[in-house]
Design a protein around this ligand. Structure first.
Ligand code: IMP
Ligand code: MG
Length: 183
């Protein structure tokens, strides 16, 4: 088998580091401790949104001391472009029940807010004790739906970014730094 090609910038695509890996690690560690303080000794259900949240989920889960449960949900917004089309569907549902649980949705980035508005609505119907959102990145300038993101890693300007789980056409998710991708 051929080795997987490392993602690389091509002539028409420029990668630039926006948030280096050590700043991400430091910030995620802070968030983990803040989250544990807020929930005291209660068990938290972390719900990672596939696929983009897999890196942040892995780092965040290990930064939260104490009892944590992990599950993932697959969501797809119709259309493969860089912007959400407004329609969302569940492609992989949770394995665990959320009834009476403290739920923390773990997302890579909140952009228009369409995905999370839909998801919070779906999960609310499962009668959790509470629902909050943690996102590695927040792009508030593009918001179309009001979303309360309680735990934000970094607030960024309206730039298209990749790395730390975020992709462009399924590439770049493995970059350790958050990078801007400009064409
Ligand atoms: P929203 O519904 O517009 O908030 O969409 C959020 C989703 O869009 C994220 O979970 C990402 O999958 C994707 N997305 C938004 N902005 C970016 C970006 O800058 N880079 C990569 N994916 C992004
Ligand atoms: Mg996503």
């Amino acid at each position: 088998m051929e080795p997987a090609a490392a993602p690389a910038a091509t002539a028409d695509r420029q990668l630039k580091v926006l948030i280096p890996r050590d700043r991400i690690q430091e910030r995620v560690r802070e968030l983990g401790l803040e989250i544990r303080r807020d929930y005291e000794d209660r068990t938290l259900c972390l719900i990672g949104i596939l696929k983009g949240a897999f890196v942040f989920m892995s780092d965040l889960a290990r930064s939260i001391p104490g009892a944590v449960r992990i599950d993932f949900m697959g969501i797809s917004s119709y259309g493969k472009g860089k912007t959400s089309s407004g329609e969302v569907k569940v492609t992989k549902d949770l394995d665990m029940s959320l009834e009476g649980m403290d739920v923390l949705i773990v997302e890579d980035i909140v952009d228009t807010g369409v995905t999370l508005t839909y998801l919070a609505h779906v999960l609310q119907q499962r009668r959790p004790r509470s629902i909050q959102i943690a996102a590695l990145l927040d792009k508030p300038s593009r918001r179309m739906r009001p979303v309360q993101v309680k735990y934000v890693g970094f607030t960024i300007a309206d730039r298209f970014v990749v790395g730390a789980g975020l992709d462009a056409g399924e590439e770049y998710r493995n970059l350790p730094d958050v990078c801007t991708l400009e064409e």
